[in-house]
Structure formats: structure tokens, C-alpha cells
Design a protein around this ligand. Structure first.
Ligand code: C2E
Ligand code: MG
Ligand code: MG
Ligand code: MG
Length: 284
């Protein structure tokens, strides 16, 4: 197993995984146990609509704290789960937790805010993916219209016909769809236009440098203009500074997600954040 994402300091957990060694066995054992016990927690990061100045969604991001291993970041255990065939049961736990998250939002009076779930390519391409996600939602009294599915470019790039069929079906069921990490894969906007997408999320690596590197700004600007002409809304990911918000606003970017507004928050804090946001706006 080779590490796929280099930027994390905790990556050594799975980096030199030594499958077959004590440590490798420990991680494998702990992950299986964690899935069985649903030991994962979701944190929720708000997405802000720049036009209406409202929270238009939350992205659910999985967190795993294990007694023995400590905090293990998703960039490590998600690829590992994909590698060893555990991603589907893990993904099902995540979808179920996202349902519970939305139900809590609804009880707090904020059921109009949808929750976005990241779906691994492997799960998406399972023949029974749609049945499985529908079944979990139904079992939890949730409707697809309150959820958004985030897929990376890589996920929609292969197996074209079947992918389109599947995306259309999800859309018809009421799910919103977005393309995550746009710009890091190899697809073009003209390729993506055949999909019924609601949102295009520009990867953080482009946003990070828009204030300082003119070329990055030009690329982001071009993506926004073209996405709009293709009737997609654009979310900028990983926005950390006010200056970036202003640049993006001037470029016509629709929505912002990032530490500038908020880090991903535990459920209770996410609900408090909605309350806080409401008071802020009413106060103005
Ligand atoms: P992603 O879906 O692109 O999620 C965005 C990542 O950027 C999250 O990292 C988020 O915490 C982080 N982020 C958001 N705003 C900022 C910012 O302003 N600055 C910086 N530096 N980072 C920011 P996280 O939670 O560690 O997740 C990493 C990746 O792991 C996700 O990328 C996604 O690909 C995957 N992942 C996370 N949760 C899930 C899940 O429930 N299911 C699946 N299949 N994948 C997940
Ligand atoms: Mg995402
Ligand atoms: Mg992303
Ligand atoms: Mg990502």
C-alpha cells in the first residue's frame, strides 16, 4: 500500500503500513472494529452563499479517533479502507451518521440546509450503490432532497455511459450533485457538462494562491466564467483569507467554503453556528 496524499504529518500510520507486521495488523484490526462499532464522528463545514449571505449547506467530513492509534486523518484511512475492501461498510456508516446529522439539524429548525456526503469512487461504482444509499436514507426517515453527493473528477471519468445513467438517476431521486476537487483530475468542463451537476468545487490548491500568483487567479476566473455559461454554480474550497473572499466575489464565485468562515465543526457546534449566523444577519 502506497501513501496517496503526502501532506499529512500523521500519514506514517499508513505510509509504511507493513501489512503483515504487528502494526499493520493492529491498524487493520482497529479499522474493522471501528466500522463494526460505528466509532466514527462526522464534522460539518458550512458553505456560504455570497449572493444571499446565507449558509446553503454543510459538508460532512469523517473523523476517527481511536484509543490505541489516536486521531487518524481521513486522507489516511479512507484510501486504506479502499485498498483493503472496507470502504463500502465504512461509507454506509458515514451515510447513516449524515442522516442522523440532518435529523438533528431539522429538529433544531434548520432542515432546509442540505448535508453533502463525500462518496468514494469504489462505492459509487458498486452495482447496488443507488439502492444502498436509498435504503439507508429510508431506514432513517430521510429524503434525498436534503442531501448532496460529492464526487471527485476521477470518479466520473471512467465508465462514461453507466456514470451518466447513474448521475441522472440520483438527480431524479432528488439528490444534489457536485464535483469535488475540480482542477486536480484530468477532465475538462466541456466533458463535465454532460452530467447533471449542481455545483463545481474548485480545489483548494487553486484558491490558496489566488492572491499572489496571477496565473492561478486567471485560471480560477476562467473556471468560474465557463462553469456559469454551462449553468453550474461554483464553490471555492479552502478559503482562508478575507482577501480571497473579496477576489472570489469580484470574479462572480457563488459560494465559499473554508476556514475563513469555519472549520468543520462537531454537530452541536454546527447547529450553534447556524444560530449564530442567523443572529448576525438579523442584527445587521
Ligand atoms: P474534501 O472532500 O475535498 O474535503 C475538504 C478538506 O479540506 C477537508 O479535509 C477539510 O477539513 C479541509 N479544509 C476545508 N477548508 C479548509 C481551509 O480553509 N484550509 C485548509 N487547509 N483545509 C481546509 P479533511 O476533513 O481532512 O478531509 C480530507 C479528504 O478526505 C476530503 O477532501 C475527502 O476526499 C476525504 N474525506 C473526508 N471525509 C470523507 C467521508 O466521509 N467519505 C469519503 N469517502 N471521503 C472523505
Ligand atoms: Mg468534499
Ligand atoms: Mg475537495
Ligand atoms: Mg480533497
Amino acid at each position: 500500500y502506497a501513501k496517496k496524499n503526502g501532506r499529512n504529518q500523521f500519514a506514517f500510520y499508513f505510509d509504511e503500513l507493513n501489512i503483515g507486521t504487528n502494526r499493520g495488523l493492529l491498524i487493520d484490526h482497529e479499522l474493522r472494529r471501528a466500522i463494526k462499532n460505528k466509532e466514527f464522528v462526522l464534522h460539518y463545514q458550512p458553505k456560504i452563499d455570497l449572493t444571499t449571505n446565507t449558509i446553503i449547506g454543510f459538508e460532512a467530513l469523517v473523523r476517527w479517533y481511536n484509543e490505541t492509534l489516536g486521531f487518524v486523518p481521513p486522507n489516511d484511512f479512507i484510501p486504506y479502507a479502499e485498498e483493503v475492501g472496507l470502504i463500502i461498510p465504512l461509507s454506509e456508516v458515514i451515510i447513516e451518521k449524515a442522516c442522523l446529522g440532518w435529523l438533528a439539524l431539522e429538529r433544531a429548525g434548520y432542515g432546509h440546509i442540505p448535508i453533502a456526503i463525500n462518496i468514494s469512487s469504489i462505492h459509487f461504482h458498486q452495482p447496488n450503490f443507488i439502492e444502498s444509499i436509498q435504503e439507508i436514507l429510508q431506514r432513517n426517515n430521510c429524503s434525498p432532497r436534503n442531501f448532496e453527493i460529492e464526487l471527485t473528477e476521477r470518479t466520473v471519468m471512467n465508465n462514461e455511459k453507466e456514470t451518466i445513467r447513474r448521475l441522472i438517476q440520483l438527480k431524479q431521486l432528488g439528490f444534489k450533485l457536485s464535483i469535488d476537487d475540480f482542477g486536480t483530475g484530468y477532465s475538462s468542463l466541456s466533458y463535465l457538462v454532460q452530467f447533471p451537476l449542481n455545483h463545481l468545487k474548485i480545489d483548494r490548491s487553486f484558491i490558496q494562491l489566488i492572491g499572489s500568483v496571477n496565473e492561478k487567479q486567471a485560471v480560477v476566473d476562467a473556471i468560474i466564467q465557463m462553469a456559469h455559461r454551462l449553468h453550474m454554480k461554483v464553490i471555492a474550497e479552502g478559503v482562508e483569507q478575507k482577501e480571497q473572499v473579496e477576489l472570489l466575489r469580484n470574479m462572480g464565485c457563488d459560494m465559499i467554503q473554508g476556514y475563513y468562515y469555519s472549520k468543520p465543526l462537531p454537530l452541536e457546534e454546527a447547529i450553534d453556528y447556524v444560530e449564530f449566523w442567523k443572529l448576525e444577519i438579523e442584527g445587521k
